[in-house]
Design a protein around this ligand. Structure first.
Ligand code: NAP
Length: 275
């Protein structure tokens, strides 16, 4: 059995700590490096309530990647940091597995260009929960039969970006499915509704290609999404709830195992899994 050496960025954060625990639980994965802007010099084992693991939190990515001999870099940091991390990893031929959300379409184009330039693969997944991936896939199927849809995403109050990467990805998938029929669907949407007046700005949510997305931020939430399709006399709701951050780990581990052999950019777990 070959061992994959893994470094985790954002190792002090909620997802980073969960990723460290999950990696530690796998015989074929070895945690070799960790990065965060806080806790520099602390042993990651102590951060997850374990004995010291001999891996200290670094504050600089490139030296950490080079000295640790990491073969995969996992990133759960913040939108402002992630592009630089991806560039540094690819430049050092370490495939990044990125869960950090908030990446834009131009960001993804830039990453694809770096992947080609450095001939190193990358996996970007707005949602590693396999149930969420199925929710997106089922939504895409439903979009063939229902013209009108709105998305409600609900997350914990500390989430920085809105709407969530999962909501944007879902809207993109629905839009792609409806593209061929776009003109007819636009006409159907417009003819079935009066001209709207938003008495409070934003009341109807944000829009991706006319798909309304509503973002809720509340304590008690982890990551949840409901996709509601409406038709004549019927609605169809497709909902996924991540009640615990452990829900993201099977997908993350799958991505880590695939990353070393990749030579291209994979965006979205649905493109990694053969459903
Ligand atoms: P979090 O608890 O705030 O953790 C992020 C960690 O990264 C924090 O320790 C933060 O430090 C650190 N950090 C921020 N900027 C950094 C930098 N420049 N260099 C090094 N470390 C840096 O957030 P989280 O809940 O773990 O979420 C992290 C990301 O994962 C978010 O984008 C979230 O949306 C995403 N997420 C993805 C999935 C998925 O399945 N793909 C699931 C859940 C969450 P400070 O606290 O000091 O800022």
């Amino acid at each position: 059995m070959t061992t994959i050496r893994v470094a985790v960025c954002g190792a002090s954060g909620n997802m980073g700590r969960e990723a460290v625990k999950a990696i530690r639980g796998q015989d074929n994965l070895q945690l070799v490096g960790a990065l965060d802007i806080k806790d520099s010099g602390k042993d990651v084992g102590l951060l997850i309530g374990n004995r010291p693991l001999g891996v200290e939190i670094s504050s600089e990515l490139e030296p950490m990647l080079c000295t640790s001999g990491a073969e995969v870099m996992v990133d759960f940091t913040a939108p402002a940091a992630v592009m630089e991390h991806i560039f540094t990893a690819l430049k050092n031929k370490v495939p990044p597995v990125v869960g950090t959300t908030g990446l834009t379409e131009p960001d993804l184009e830039q990453i694809a260009a770096w992947v080609d330039k450095f001939e190193t693969g990358a996996i970007i997944a707005p949602n590693f929960a396999l149930g969420a991936v199925l929710m997106m896939k089922f939504s895409r199927i439903a979009a063939r039969y229902f013209d009108q849809v709105e998305i409600i995403e609900l997350h914990h109050e500390h989430k920085i970006d809105a709407p969530s990467g999962t909501a944007i990805k879902t809207a993109q998938m629905i839009d792609a499915e409806q593209k061929e029929d776009a003109a007819r669907i636009r006409r159907a949407r417009e003819s079935s509704r009066p001209e709207e007046i938003e008495k409070i700005s934003g009341a109807r949510g944000g829009r991706y290609e006319n798909i309304h997305i509503h973002s809720v931020r509340l304590p008690g939430m982890v990551a949840h999404q409901e996709v509601i399709f409406g038709g004549n006399g019927q609605t169809l709701s497709i909902r996924h709830d991540s009640m615990d951050r452990r829900s993201f780990m099977p997908g993350l581990l799958m991505a880590i195992n695939r990353a070393p052999r990749l030579k291209k950019l994979i965006y979205g777990m649905e493109n990694l899994i053969d459903f």
